[in-house]
Every structure is written in structure tokens, then in C-alpha cells.
Write a protein that binds this ligand. Sequence first.
Ligand SMILES: Cc1cc2nc3c(=O)[nH]c(=O)nc-3n(C[C@H](O)[C@H](O)[C@H](O)COP(=O)(O)O)c2cc1C
Length: 301
Amino acid sequence: MNLLLYGVYMDVIKTADIIYFSGTGGTAKVALALEKELIKNNITVNTYELKGEFKEEIQGDLLIILFPVYAANAPKSIDEWVKAAAFGKGKKSAVISVSGGGEMIFNTACRLSTIKSLAKNGYDVFYEEMFVMPTNCLMANSDELNAMLLNVLPQKAHKAVRQIITGNLHTKKPLIIDRLITKVMLIEKYASKLFGKHLTANDDCNGCSLCADNCPRNNIIMKNQKPVFNGSCVICLKCIYSCPQKAIMSKYIKSFIIKEGFNINAIEEKAKSIKNYQPAKEAAKGFLYKGVRKYLEIEGY
Ligand SMILES: Cc1cc2nc3c(=O)[nH]c(=O)nc-3n(C[C@H](O)[C@H](O)[C@H](O)COP(=O)(O)O)c2cc1C
């Protein structure tokens, strides 16, 4: 049966669109891994990053929506795109989230509103999945754990694409408590405006304008060679972590930001020198790592 469906879908899906949002680059790496796997299956892929004014028309047979989990929800850029998307006419769709914590309490309902909005807009969402990448907030993972997560990415993408092109229903049922938490956490969408408005650049800022050029929300403008921050921030942390002068900080929730910074390319470079891993139960110990542990165990660690 699976083989038959696999054959059918291989025929049906000739082109795919990946629409993704990424603040600090982890989700961008997942997008690339998925793109590679789709291409290996002779599927033509158009990958679009949601940044600034995004008005691209999508044409593919399959739509993949991909986003980092922000406070148990999708980022606002994804909400906005999905709500405004042209009518799907039953187009096959997949929703994939990327998180630091994995599929654990409070995260499991994070794709629900995206799925509902897509369904309302005529898309047939038959697939959902969670990827785990090095976390970009609160506390950095160990180098070893980050290396394990990056190492597992190609095989996870391979598996996801196989499941997608097979076309079998692959959806999850979040717990009621998780659905509730996801709703309560919507408050983050309001808090992010405040966070953004209270970002400041200190005297170390040299006016290079990298933050303004790269902000995926167009939230930063340069005035007198200094960045001015506005109210459409989603706390993606890109400006803070990628400032060459480390000059940007917010007045609020400072403890949310990893003190040593976060650079996914540097993490990837470091990971290359780590060859031996402990089992997941050692590398990802404790309640907070439950989802990460499970993710790695399923992938053979
Ligand atoms: C504002 C914000 C909220 C986050 N909330 C969660 C969360 O609820 N659960 C989780 O597991 N990770 C959370 N994370 C971690 C990110 O989902 C994770 O690091 C992701 O890989 C970041 O993707 P990016 O590098 O593409 O921006 C959060 C990160 C940010 C910046």
C-alpha cells in the first residue's frame, strides 16, 4: 500500500514551495536540508524566506511551511503569510516547526494555528513534524549536544521528505493542556512589540547598518548613523546576535539572550571536530531536555 502511494505521490509532486521564517539561521539550515532531499527525489523546489515585504506567488504542487517555535507558537510573519495566502484549492501542504526543546509539553500545539489557517484557506495539510536545532535562547546547549543535533539533520530531513512524498496522513494530536498553554503564550506577540521598541544600540555601535539591512521584519531604520527600533519586532534576536560590535540590547528580558551569543555557522564549524557522542540520555539530561532526548533517541542516539 505504502509503495503504491509512494508511486502515486512521486508522480503528483513535481514542484514544491518551501516558505520559511528564520531569525538566527537554524530554520534556514532545515530549509536547505529539506530542499536537498526534495531535489534528490526529482522535485523542483522554490525556497522563499519570509522577510520584509513578501508577495511571491507560489505555484508548486506541494507547500511546506517552516518556522522556529516562538513561545509555543509560530512567528507573526508566518501567521500573516498564511492568513493572506491565496486560496489553496486542496493543495497538499506540510507544516514543520523547528525548536530548541523538541516535542515536549507546551510545544506540541505550536503548529495548530498555522494548520487551521491553511485549512481555512483551502489547503490540505496532511503532514506535520518537529525538528530540533541548537537553541538560540536562555541557555546555550553543550557543544556536544549541538553537534548531535546538526549531525542528525540530514537523516531527519531524508525521513521527513520520504514521509511527505508517500503522502500518508502524518498529523499529531496535541494535549489539551498544551493547546491551552499555546493560547496563553500568544501574549508573547504583544510583549515582542515592547521588547522591540526598547532595543537600543550603545556607544559601541559604529553605524554599519547590518542590523537594519538584515532585520526580517523591517523593524529597524538608520537615523543619524544609529539604528532606531520600532514596533514590529518578533524577538527573532537576529540583530542582537549578529551585531559585529555586540552593541544591541533590550531593556526587557535580558536573561532570555544567551550571554556568549549565538552563531549557527560557528556552532556548525565547532561541531565538525566532535566525532564521538554520548548516548542521548547522557547528552540531553533533565526535564527541560525531554523533547530533545526523545528526538535524538528516535534518530538512533
Ligand atoms: C522569541 C523566542 C521564543 C522561543 N520559544 C521557544 C519555545 O517556546 N519552545 C522551544 O522549544 N524553543 C523556543 N525558542 C527557540 C527557537 O525555536 C530555536 O532556537 C530555533 O531553532 C530558532 O530558529 P532560527 O535560528 O531559525 O531563528 C524560542 C526562541 C525565540 C527567539
